[in-house]
Ligand binder design. Structure first.
Ligand code: ATP
Length: 248
C-alpha cells in the first residue's frame, strides 16, 4: 500500500454461520488523517465491515473467508481486538455500549486499560477527553445508564479516546439521537480529526450528515461497494441524491 494509506481492506468476503455470505468482496482505504464514511441502507454490511477490521466477527459466528486487511502495511486479520487497540485502532460499537452501572468517569477509565499510565497520565488523558466533551465533565459522576443517549454516545467516543487511538472505527454515531446532538457529535469528530490527527472509518445510515463531515465515502449495497468518491462528489451525484439523501 502507499505510505499514507492507514487502513487497506482488500476484497474481503465475510460469511456468518458458515453459510450466509454477507460481504462479497469489499475493498476500501482510509488514508492517514482522513474521515472516510461507509454508507448504505440497513443491512448493507457496514457493521460487518467494521467488525471484520477490528476482528470482532468471531463472537457473531462470522469469519473473513477471502481478502486481506492491512493496517500501516501489516496484516491484521489475526490480531486480537486488544492487540489492535495497542496499535491504535479502536472500535466504537453501534448502540454505544457504555457500562450502565458505572459512572461516566469510570467508563472513560476502562478505555485506558491497554496503556500503562501512571496516575498523572490517567488524569491527563481524562482532561483531554473532557476538553473535547465538556458535557462529560459535567456528568462525570453520573451513572452512565441515567445519562442521555447523546451523552452515552459521547462517553463511548471518549472511552475510545482514552486509548490514544490513531484510528477510530465509529459505528452509526447518529443512531437514535436528535439532529442537534448528532451535529454536536460530528463537530467533535471533526475536531478530533483536525487537532489530534485521528483518522475515522465511520459507518452511517445518515448519508446527509456523513457526507458533510467526511472527506471520502463508500456506498455499500448488499455486501458490495456500489460507488465511492470524494464526499462532495457523492453528495452531488444524482443517484446518491435520489436513493440516499432522501426526498427534500
Ligand atoms: P445496520 O445498519 O443494521 O448495522 P449494516 O449495513 O451495518 O446495517 P450488517 O449489520 O453488517 O449491516 O448486516 C449485513 C447483513 O448481515 C444483514 O443481512 C444481516 O442480517 C446479516 N448479519 C449481521 N450479523 C449477523 C449474524 N451475527 N449472523 C447472521 N447474519 C448476520
Amino acid at each position: 500500500a502507499a505510505p499514507d494509506i492507514l487502513l487497506d481492506v482488500n476484497g474481503i468476503e465475510v460469511i456468518y454461520n458458515h453459510v450466509i455470505l454477507v460481504l462479497k468482496g469489499v475493498s476500501l482505504r482510509v488514508p492517514q488523517g482522513r474521515i472516510v464514511a461507509l454508507l448504505g441502507a440497513n443491512g448493507a454490511g457496514k457493521t460487518t465491515t467494521l467488525r471484520a477490521v477490528s476482528n470482532l466477527l468471531k463472537g457473531e459466528r462470522g469469519e473473513v473467508t477471502k481478502g486481506q486487511i492491512q493496517y500501516r502495511g501489516e496484516r491484521i486479520e489475526q490480531l486480537t481486538p486488544a492487540a489492535l487497540v495497542k496499535r491504535g485502532v479502536v472500535q466504537v460499537m453501534e448502540g454505544r455500549h457504555c457500562f450502565a452501572h458505572l459512572t461516566i468517569e469510570e467508563n472513560l477509565l476502562t478505555g485506558a486499560y491497554t496503556r500503562k499510565l501512571d496516575r498523572g497520565g490517567v488524569q491527563e488523558a481524562l482532561e483531554r477527553v473532557y476538553q473535547y466533551f465538556p458535557r462529560l465533565k459535567q456528568r462525570r459522576g453520573s451513572q452512565a445508564g441515567y445519562t442521555s443517549g447523546g451523552e452515552q454516545q459521547m462517553c463511548a467516543i471518549g472511552r475510545a479516546l482514552m486509548a490514544d487511538p490513531n484510528m477510530i472505527l465509529l459505528d452509526e454515531p447518529s443512531m437514535g439521537l436528535a439532529p442537534q446532538i448528532v451535529e454536536e457529535i460530528f463537530e467533535i469528530v471533526r475536531d478530533l480529526n483536525q487537532r489530534e490527527r485521528v483518522s475515522f472509518l465511520l459507518a452511517e445510515q445518515n448519508t446527509n450528515i456523513a457526507l458533510r463531515y467526511a472527506d471520502y465515502g463508500y456506498i455499500l449495497e448488499n455486501g458490495r461497494v456500489m460507488m465511492d468518491g470524494e464526499a462532495s462528489v457523492l453528495a452531488s451525484n444524482e443517484d446518491v441524491k435520489e436513493f440516499y439523501l432522501g426526498i427534500s
